[in-house]
Design a protein around this ligand. Structure first.
Ligand SMILES: Cc1cc2nc3c(=O)[nH]c(=O)nc-3n(C[C@H](O)[C@H](O)[C@H](O)COP(=O)(O)OP(=O)(O)OC[C@H]3O[C@@H](n4cnc5c(N)ncnc54)[C@H](O)[C@@H]3O)c2cc1C
Length: 322
C-alpha cells in the first residue's frame, strides 16, 4: 500500500479531469490524476468528433483524448491507473482509497467522474452503437442530415433531442412507451407544434435493425405496449434518450447532490458543498454534456482549487506568525 500526496487530486481522465490537470500543473499544483476504469473518458468510445474547436477536419475521439493526456503529462501531471472506491472528505487533506489499497491524499480535490448514458439494454442496440445508434443528438445529429431519425424516450432530454434533430432531419419520430410525456409542458407544446416531428405512443423498441454491410441502422422493430402488436419503422438514426447516471455513488452523504444525483456546484464556479472540493464536467452538468463544456469547467475547477489553496495557506502563514 502506497500513499500518494498532492496539492490537487483529480478524479477522472475525461476532458474535464485532463483540462483541470493541465491548468493545475501549470499553476504549480503538481496534480495527480486517478484515471478510473475508462482512461480518457467517454470520448474514447466514439469515432468522429466534429465539434471540438481547433480542428478543421473531423478528428477521432480516442486520438483527442490521447493528445489531452500527453499534454497534461507534458506540463507535469501524473497519471495513476487506479479507481477510487472510498472517500473521506471530513478533513483536509482529503483521503481517498484506490481499489488496490493505495491511499491518495489531496489538499484539494477535483471530481470529474462523468455521467454515463442509460441504454435500453438490447444486444442489437449494443451492436449498432456508432452505426446509427447514439445517445447524443448534439454530438451526432449532424451526421444524419436529411435522413429519417427516431428518438426513444419521454422526458425533457428526449423532447429536447427531438427538437434539436429537426435542425438536420425533415422527419423525426419520437417513440415513447407510455401515452403521455414526462417532459415539461412548454417543451411538449413545442414538440407537438413542430411539423417535422411525429410521436408514436405506447411503443417499445424491440430491435435495432442492421441493414448489413456498411448500411448501418435501417429500421426499428417496435412492440405496442398495450396490444403487443409488432411494427417496423424505417430510420437511419436511433437516438436513445432515457437519461444519464452521474458517477456520484462514492459521494453520497459526503457532498450535496441534486435530485438527479448530480454534484451541486455554486453557480458560475466549480465549488461544491465542501470547501476545497470542486466538481467539473458531466458529473455536475445535466444540461450541456459536451467535451468542450467539460474541458471549460475543468479549467474553472483547477483555477478555483488554486485560489482556494492560496487563501488557506495565507491564513495558515498568518496564524503561524502570530
Ligand atoms: C458515444 C459518445 C459520443 C460523443 N460524442 C461527442 C462529440 O462528438 N462531441 C462532444 O463534445 N461530446 C461528445 N460526447 C460527450 C462527451 O464525451 C462528454 O460530454 C465528455 O466526455 C464528458 O467529459 P467528463 O470529463 O466530464 O467525463 P467522462 O468523459 O465521462 O470521464 C469520466 C472519467 O471519470 C473516471 N472515473 C469514473 N469513476 C471513477 C472513480 N471511481 N475513480 C477514478 N476515476 C473515475 C472515468 O474512468 C473517466 O476517465 C460523446 C459521448 C459519447 C458517449
Amino acid at each position: 500500500m502506497t500513499t500518494h500526496s498532492t496539492r490537487m487530486l483529480v478524479l477522472g481522465s475525461g476532458p474535464a479531469g485532463l483540462s483541470a490537470a493541465i491548468y493545475g500543473a501549470r499553476a504549480g499544483m503538481q496534480p495527480i490524476v486517478v484515471q478510473g476504469i475508462q482512461p480518457g473518458g467517454q470520448l474514447t468510445t466514439t469515432t468522429d468528433v466534429e465539434n471540438y474547436p481547433g480542428f478543421r477536419e473531423v478528428i477521432q475521439g480516442p486520438w483527442l483524448m490521447e493528445e489531452m493526456q500527453a499534454q497534461a503529462e507534458h506540463v507535469g501531471a501524473r497519471m495513476m491507473w487506479d479507481t477510487i472506491i472510498s472517500v473521506d472528505l471530513s478533513t483536509r487533506p482529503f483521503r481517498l482509497i484506490g481499489d488496490g489499497g493505495d491511499v491518495y491524499e489531496g489538499e484539494t480535490l477535483v471530481i470529474a467522474t462523468g455521467a454515463q448514458a442509460k441504454w435500453l439494454g438490447l444486444p442489437s442496440e449494443e451492436a449498432m452503437k456508432g452505426k446509427g445508434v447514439s445517445a447524443c443528438a448534439t454530438c451526432d445529429g449532424f451526421f444524419y442530415r436529411g435522413k429519417k431519425v427516431a428518438v426513444i424516450g419521454g422526458g425533457n432530454t428526449a423532447v429536447e433531442e427531438a427538437l434539436y434533430l429537426t435542425n438536420h432531419s425533415p422527419d423525426v419520430t419520437l417513440i415513447h412507451r407510455r401515452d403521455s410525456l414526462r417532459a415539461e409542458r412548454i417543451l411538449q407544446e413545442r414538440l407537438f407544434a413542430h411539423p417535422d416531428i411525429t410521436v408514436l405512443w405506447n411503443k417499445e423498441v424491440r430491435e435495432f435493425v442492421d441493414g448489413g454491410g456498411t448500411a448501418g441502422l435501417v429500421a426499428l422493430d417496435l412492440e405496442d405496449t398495450r396490444s403487443g402488436e409488432h411494427s417496423r419503422i424505417d430510420v437511419e438514426g436511433g437516438f436513445v434518450a432515457i437519461g444519464h447516471h452521474p458517477a456520484t455513488e462514492l459521494f453520497r452523504g459526503h457532498l450535496a447532490l441534486d435530485d438527479d444525483h448530480y454534484i451541486q456546484v455554486e453557480p458560475g464556479t466549480a465549488r461544491t458543498s465542501v470547501p476545497g472540493v470542486f466538481a467539473c464536467g458531466d458529473v455536475a452538468d445535466k444540461v450541456y454534456r459536451q467535451a468542450i463544456t467539460a474541458a471549460g469547467t475543468g479549467c474553472m475547477a483547477a483555477l478555483d482549487a488554486e485560489r482556494f489553496l492560496q487563501a488557506v495557506e495565507f491564513e495558515e502563514m498568518k496564524e503561524a506568525a502570530e
